[in-house]
Design a protein around this ligand. Structure first.
Ligand code: KIV
Ligand code: ZN
Length: 398
């Protein structure tokens, strides 16, 4: 049976932790409203105890945005949990997300806690959260560098205390698909077992450029929630990118046999909004949402795409909200594509003028890379007016 994978969007929490991003409550509400249109399952709205602005943003999203579950993150202490609940309690559906690290390096140097103390804190934090809601997620921070035996003990403690989602993050982007898939498989078989109330979640960082691959390996291994961010923003090299994970599951459903609830046609618009509000540009060649993701400049590719898009496109640009007309005129472009671009502009040149315009296009592209629509019109006007001038001079000699 086709699996349903929950999309947990953390653009507004982990994404906002990217250096230099600070979203105010209005901006967060705008992005959250678009995430609801995108139809993600969970919006992680923030970390309420971290600042008054974050508290306000989580509270406003909870009150103003309907559809997805709204999650608020907190540490295991009661004060944090109470603040998170205060911020999120008015949501249509609210989740408390409790985290505590489980790796030796974090326990020794950051938490200064023993294994036993971590177990006690997880138990008390999850139980406290459970006083407010049934929907409690526990994250074992730095899970991929934790002793697996200890990790399983902590996760079992979380389930026994009432956690319904177990998040197994690759906090520092250290895992590889084989390693991460095997760890998720172990959590599924040793902790979740046949407990239908428990969902295992993947949360991957991109330090080795493997966040998306690791998230997909987790789905294959039994994870039924992926924690992702629009445009892959987040700490250091970022989080797994929502648009890439969602489209990989969709385009390669033959491999994964899994669906999400995301309306893929909203992806490009969401990416642009997040880029504008955060000030983080989207790289031109970013998969799915980059401005070049469906652009064809070389003559051979243009020729193929003009005859049948499937020659060089594995997804329909319209299906992710991008424009279908992505023929870019540059130094690698051929005559077929130039003819097509002129036709789009409503221009039909005779063969002589066409050839002159094509040579001018090549010269301009050699100098500047891409030739835009306005420049193409200028080239057309130029060859036409030269021809008219030539003809009027010729006429005066007749
Ligand atoms: O990467 C991570 O471990 C996290 C958790 C705190 C959820 O972002
Ligand atoms: Zn993270």
């Amino acid at each position: 049976m086709t699996k349903r994978v929950q999309v947990f969007d953390t653009t507004l929490r982990d994404g906002e932790q990217a250096p230099g991003i600070a979203l105010n409550p209005d901006q967060k509400v705008r992005i959250a409203s678009q995430l609801a249109r995108l139809n993600v399952d969970v919006i992680e709205a923030g970390f309420p105890v971290s600042s008054p602005g974050d508290f306000e943003a989580v509270q406003r999203i909870s009150r103003e945005v309907s559809g997805p579950v709204v999650a608020a993150m907190s540490r295991t202490g009661s004060e944090d949990i109470v603040a998170s609940w205060d911020a999120v309690k008015d949501a249509e559906s609210a989740r408390l997300h409790i985290f505590l690290a489980t790796s030796q390096i974090h326990m020794d140097h950051k938490l200064r806690m023993t294994e036993e103390e971590v177990l006690i804190s997880v138990k008390s934090g999850v139980s406290r959260a459970k006083d407010f809601t049934d929907d409690v997620e526990y994250t074992a921070e730095d899970a991929t560098r934790s002793d697996p035996e200890f990790l399983m003990r902590v996760l079992r403690t979380a389930v026994d205390s009432g956690a319904t989602t177990l998040n197994v993050p690759d906090t520092v982007g250290y895992a590889t698909p084989g390693h991460y898939g095997a760890l998720i498989k172990r959590v599924v078989s040793e902790v979740k077992g046949d407990n239908a109330a428990v969902t295992v979640s993947a949360h991957c960082h991109n330090d080795l450029g493997l966040a998306v691959a690791n998230s997909l390996a987790a789905v294959e291994a039994g994870a039924r929630q992926v924690e992702v961010a629009i445009n892959g923003i987040g700490e250091r090299a970022g989080n797994a990118s929502l648009e890439e994970v969602v489209m990989a599951l969709l385009v390669r459903s033959d491999q994964f046999d899994a669906t999400t609830g995301v309306d893929s046609r909203e992806l490009f618009r969401t990416s642009m909004l997040v880029s504008r509000e955060t000030g983080y540009p989207v790289q031109y060649n970013k998969a799915v949402v980059g401005r070049n993701a469906f652009a064809h400049e070389s003559g051979i590719h243009q020729h193929g795409v003009l005859r049948n898009r499937a020659t060089y496109e594995i997804m329909d640009p319209v299906s992710v909200g991008q424009s279908p007309d992505n023929i870019v005129m540059g130094k690698h472009s051929g005559r077929a594509a130039f003819k097509h671009s002129l036709a789009v502009l409503g221009v039909d040149l005779n063969p002589t003028l066409f050839e002159q315009a094509f040579q001018q296009l090549k010269a301009a592209a050699d100098k500047q890379g891409v030739v835009n629509e306005a420049q193409m019109k200028w080239i057309v006007d130029d060859v036409v007016s030269r021809m008219e001038l030539f003809e009027s001079v010729a006429e005066s000699y007749r």
